[in-house]
Design a protein around this ligand. Sequence first.
Ligand code: NAD
Length: 453
Amino acid sequence: MEIEKILHSQREFFKTQQTKSIAFRKMYLEKLRDLIISHENMLYDAILKDFGKSRFDTLTTEISFVLNDIDYYLKNLKSLSKPKKVNTNLVNQLGSSRIYSDPLGCVLVIGAWNYPYQLSLSPLVAAVAAGNCCILKPSEIAHHTMMAMSVLINENFPPEYLRVYEGGIDETTALLKLKFDKIFFTGSTKVGKIVYKAAAEHLTPVILELGGKSPAIVTKDANLEVAAKRIVWGKFLNAGQTCVAPDYLLVEETVQEQFLEMLRKYIREFSYDPGSAQYTRIINQRNFHRLTTLIDQKKVYTGGDFNEEQLYIAPTILNAVDWNDEIMQEEIFGPILPVISFQSYNTVLNSILELEKPLAAYLFTNNSEEKEIFTRKLSFGGGCINDTIMHLSNDHLPFGGVGSSGIGNYHGKYGFEAFSHQKAILEKATWGEPNIKYPPYSDKKLSWIKKLL
Ligand code: NAD
């Protein structure tokens, strides 16, 4: 079906008001949950074909993530959708005030390839929970997962309610010409700007979940063993193709040597070798070439090997990197960790402040003053103290960027709010109203109004 026709049918369907019923939303959330569970093997197979992602990683970072979101909304939908009573100010007495969470209408979700299920289906789930119709355009770069989501949705849901639209740049460009009630985009900052411009034509609000260079800082007061283990895990999960992966490492000079040894130890322990089933491959040739040219062999501390046929790049640490090196100019989005040492904690935070605001930041220390300075001084989407990545697994926390790493949040109640309009209603009594706001005005009325306001 042509995309204009699908959107038109969704608009007509939305007008029937059916998506506003909590029972309707729950029914479809339950249906999606059951379909994901019954199609689990299809989902695993597709992602394995796309970039060799293991069942373990697919379960923990994709499928269980989406299922948890569904469970969250099934449990909390009633309270999230309930009109919220708020106070009413003096001039509006006798009255009462309420805020209604209204579905926006027909929304567009554009997904990225690196966590194809999570980044496409989690926003879709939030859109459904909030009572919208939705068109989902997954990333064509992960072709098999895009087709798997198409089977999951298009064969089981009415197109006038939910539809996966397959395609690449041309199809996305066509979609962006249409008027949606919200666009939720996950991807690069470069394409985020294209989406934002297109949305502006229709005054469509956007959520932009973008990328950036997320630092990890390790000071001499850190538990180095724990820091090394958690940084290696967070960096090389999904072969570094994670938007919130630590992009680069800043380590205090006095512990640098010892810390690098520990990083190497954990890389070996986690068995990320070429035959390993737990190590994801690079998504395609283009990214493989982009990444391998970033490896300055003179600076390789560990790793540095790659195999084009298998799209394998070994976990690589580059030491003695300079802020001006090529690898420090753009988001890496692959398994290469540049390391810069520092002497002064405050100076290194000032260097981060010179860059675009990152999507995430991580500090490893047991020093409370350092924690306080990190939290207050830097601006970033979200992050962890003494861990990497895990903040986004807590659905009580909002997830999103700031500045060039994004606009808006989702997860848990923030996802629901992202796809809702907060409609304000003031209800007035029809009796007991003083006459002073109505003309004709007088000095007496003015003096009363001054007192009241
Ligand atoms: P991308 O920007 O290339 O693609 C994202 C989506 O945009 C895809 O669906 C694609 O079809 C579409 N697209 C690509 N070029 C387009 C164009 N010219 N016009 C219109 N649409 C276009 O991003 P990607 O390679 O899929 O993902 C990598 C980037 O996404 C990284 O920067 C990463 O940090 C970021 N990311 C952010 C998050 C987050 O939650 N903030 C999550 C994952 C990835």
